[in-house]
Design a protein around this ligand. Structure first.
Ligand code: UDX
Length: 453
């Protein structure tokens, strides 16, 4: 029962695997389920299938302690869990801006027929508002007669590269519930989180609400963050011709606590598996609800973000004195070193990565591009197979006419511009993340260009 519920995490991608490991760490009996057998084999063998600081160690520790197991058997998951957390992906559909809910449907339809004991299905995946109610209908249709299965929604807010912290020490938890029992179950499932907070003299705020609000909290938060980034990138567009410095502007407006200084870094814009697809799915859903106008500004947020990527290519042409053909800038014969492939540092994730998007655009403009990233090479190669991949910063920049830093890895931020200057053919650098020190680079003889400064 509710005293120490056993937890399953359905879908062991980024979200599910991180949650499974962290909740085992908090002392729960946990079972992770996925249809992907190689992934389950890896996890069972103590290997995290993606890059997340601190997770590997925690996985092995909890496997050894016997609190954490993984399976490809949905029957086993159904028999094990008091609470089943849905953690499957909800990518953008190929044919529209809407979210693809086929994985959610799939896992619920597989699970429900085996739920012979009382259980709660709690959604964590980011979904369009209305999904929880639809899941409830699916459960009603597919669960055995007489079984007691309820649904709840409890969105998560973990950031890649920071995920362990975000799960163990969330800044809030959201329970979208329809019954006292579901509420009690979610409290029991999060007791470890609350207890940890208490020992550290913190509090974790809980928002208890209905399905629709819980679902919306997640997409609203991501829409706000995306808007904040595009806002500062729009300011960067103004700063360039006006001769202002967007990094100083951001610092200055950020001192106003109502604005805040976080998520105000101008650069090549946001990417990743969440923000871009979430703002699109949100617009699609608003249209279905007949209130598309309310989110029309998110279309603009998306456009500002896309323009950042194109801007790097344009800037490259400008700095190298290349002509603009009818099809855009002509960079044929130019050698460009791109430092960074992942959508942000401390991650190997290249989904909708601004860096790779720029690589594609540079290649299309005729440039010869050599890419280096500390963790994202394997995924980048799969995504953009026709680029050249270097084994180090040194190899990537050797002989380059232009260096573009597009992900703010520590290794790039601390690279010595004096050493690199000796390797390149042209000392021109575009700092797509405003993460380099312009004074140091200029002193070493580089022509330095940041974003909006
Ligand atoms: C995001 C949300 O932050 C998280 O709460 C949600 O659960 C999932 O989506 P994540 O995708 O891991 O997390 O990355 P995040 O750190 O939010 O960065 C997203 C993108 O925005 C990155 O490409 C990053 O480089 C960019 N970014 C972020 C900026 O360009 N400027 C900023 O100031 C902050």
């Amino acid at each position: 029962g509710a005293a120490r519920p056993r937890l399953t995490f359905l879908g062991t991608g980024y979200l599910g695997a991180t949650y499974a490991v962290c909740f085992a760490e908090l002392g729960y009996e946990v079972l992770g389920y996925d249809v992907d057998a190689p992934k389950i084999a890896k996890l069972t063998g103590g290997e995290v299938p993606f890059h997340e600081p601190g997770l590997d160690e925690m996985l092995r520790k909890n496997l050894a302690a016997g609190r954490l197991k993984f399976t490809t058997s949905i029957e086993e998951a159904a028999a094990f869990g008091d609470i089943h957390f849905i953690c499957v992906g909800t990518p953008q559909r190929a044919d529209s801006m809407a979210a693809d809910l086929s994985h959610v449907e799939d896992v619920v339809v597989r699970l429900a027929p085996h739920l012979h004991r009382k259980a709660l299905i709690a959604g964590k995946s980011t979904v369009p508002v209305g999904t929880a109610e639809w899941v409830e209908q699916l459960v009603r249709r597919h669960a055995p007669a007489g079984s007691h299965v309820e649904v709840a929604w409890s969105p998560e807010f973990l950031q890649e590269g920071h995920a362990v912290e975000d799960v163990l020490r969330p800044n809030r938890v959201i329970f979208g519930v329809r019954s006292e029992w579901a509420n009690d179950m979610l409290f029991a499932a999060h007791k470890g989180v609350f207890d940890l907070a208490t020992t550290e003299d913190r509090e974790v705020p809980v928002v208890i609400t209905n399905f629709a609000t819980a679902e919306l909290v997640k997409v609203a938060a991501n829409a706000f963050l995306a808007t904040k980034i595009s806002f500062i990138n729009a300011m960067a567009e103004i700063c360039e011709p006006a001769g202002a410095d967007v990094t100083q502007l951001a610092r200055a407006i950020g001192y106003d606590a109502r604005i805040g200084n976080r998520f105000l870094r101008a650069g090549v814009g946001f990417g990743g598996g969440c923000l871009p697809k979430d703002i699109r799915a949100f617009q699609a859903r608003a249209q279905e609800l007949g209130v598309g106008e309310a989110l029309r500004f998110l279309h603009e947020v998306d456009l500002i973000n896309q323009r950042r990527r194109q801007w790097v290519v344009q800037l490259a042409a400008e700095l190298l004195g290349r002509p603009f053909g009818p099809a855009g800038p002509d960079l044929s014969g130019v050698k460009v070193a791109v430092l960074g492939a992942t959508f942000k540092p401390n991650s190997d994730d290249v989904r909708d990565s601004p860096a790779l998007s720029v690589v594609r655009k540079l290649s299309r403009s005729g440039a010869e591009v050599s890419v280096y990233d500390p963790e994202g090479m394997e995924n980048a190669r799969r995504e953009v197979p026709d680029a050249t991949y270097a084994r180090s910063v040194v190899e990537a920049v050797t002989g380059a006419d232009l260096v573009c830093v597009l992900t703010e890895w520590e290794e790039f931020r601390t690279a010595d511009p004096v050493v690199l200057a000796d390797l390149v053919a042209g000392k021109v650098v575009i700092d797509g993340r405003n993460c380099l020190d312009p004074v140091l680079w200029r002193r070493a003889g580089w022509e330095y260009r940041g974003m909006g400064r």
